[in-house]
Design a protein around this ligand. Structure first.
Ligand SMILES: [Zn+2]
Length: 354
């Protein structure tokens, strides 16, 4: 185990040295010819601890001769960072996700809304240098749309940051690379911009990012119960109406064709699986985080009582058993086994937007 860690660390350091040379060149290009608006101050090495390992932070600091200085940005570049932060916040993205997005945009475009590509991606455009399959040219060149796609995915089904299982616990480079899939396999280019990105997120109202705290709040990886693009939300939790026996809707409805696969949204153990009156074929999972998750109206159940399940595991298929008007998954969340609560809130709190 220790040997693996050492090897990995050595590989990262070696890569960083190569990146360092190129970074100096890139920094010269970025700063040349721009009207510098100094953000002020520098990021001390103590405040940059957290998201990236200390050895990487130290290397970055050493390469740039002391504390990492926040480089000058034009008002247009600062405005790009502001749009990314505000767009992310409107989607309830945790601060660490905002830092990742800003770091990616610094690397990809120097926070400049680029209307041309490069050798690696001749069709890449915009703040995130998204390629043609991601969306229309207009969308990729619209900072708000481009940022939204970075967080929630491309229009061609490309995963966004929030679709990446466990992104909150990844190092910045790995999380960024899971979305960007650039030529840099370890995502170190992105990671080098982390201190600057954090400064920008804080400048636009984010709280100082404490990744250790964020990791603590995330008690398990959580995923969508049905692949994005394969469902439509048809009824929210808390909606009122005569359709529901309790007078209000106790779950979140994902309408999808009968037979669409349903995945466990979290790790846990199946506490019950079978017919349950108006709920139809229902699987109840007692999550490792102590919360109960119900999957209702299934056409077919794929797991049995007592079975352990992991987030993303197939547990059944969409159907229309029980009291329904059409095929859909009715998802219920019972925090700590208590009364039903809003599944959308549960998912968003864990970095997943339904
Ligand atoms: Zn429902």
């Amino acid at each position: 185990m220790a040997a693996t860690v050492m090897t990995s660390a050595r590989r990262r350091v070696a890569s960083l040295m190569l990146v360092g040379v190129a970074l100096a060149a890139a920094a010269a290009i970025v700063t040349a010819g721009l009207v510098a608006v100094i953000l002020g101050g520098s990021v001390s090495s103590s405040s940059s601890a957290g998201c990236i390992p200390q050895d990487i932070t130290d290397r970055v600091a050493a390469m740039t001769a002391g504390p990492v200085n926040v480089p000058g940005f034009s008002s247009a570049q600062l405005d790009s960072a502001r749009v990314i932060v505000e767009t992310g916040r409107s989607l309830d993205v945790p601060d660490y996700g905002l830092v990742i997005a800003v770091a990616v945009a610094i690397q990809e475009s120097s926070l400049t809304n680029i209307g041309h590509g490069d050798v690696a991606g001749p069709d890449s455009r915009g703040l995130f240098q998204q390629r043609a399959p991601w969306g229309s040219l207009a969308d990729r060149l619209d900072p708000e749309q481009a940022a939204t796609m970075f967080f929630t995915g491309g229009h061609g089904g490309q995963p966004g940051l929030l679709d990446i299982v466990g992104w909150q616990k990844m190092q910045l480079g790995e999380a960024a690379q899971s979305v960007q899939r650039s030529a840099d396999p370890l995502g170190l280019w992105y990671e080098l911009h982390e201190p600057v990105a954090r400064s920008l997120v804080e400048k636009y109202g984010g709280s100082p990012v404490n990744c250790a705290l964020a990791a603590e709040l995330i008690t398990g990886d959580v995923v969508l119960p049905i692949h994005r693009g394969a469902y439509v939300l048809t009824a929210r939790w808390g909606q009122r109406g005569p359709r529901w026996a309790s007078g209000y809707h106790t779950g979140l409805d994902f309408a999808a064709p009968a037979g669409t696969p349903i995945y466990s949204i979290a790790d846990g153990q199946v506490s019950s699986a079978g017919m349950a009156g108006p709920y139809g074929n229902r699987t109840m999972v007692h999550g490792t985080d102590g919360n109960d998750l119900w999957y209702c109206h299934q056409s077919r159940l794929e797991v049995h009582t007592g079975e352990q399940v992991t987030a993303g595991q197939l547990i059944g298929f969409v159907g229309s058993t029980g009291n329904v008007t059409g095929p859909h998954l009715h998802l219920e969340v019972h925090l700590d086994g208590g009364p039903d609560s809003d599944p959308a809130v549960y998912l968003k709190a864990r970095g997943v937007i339904p």
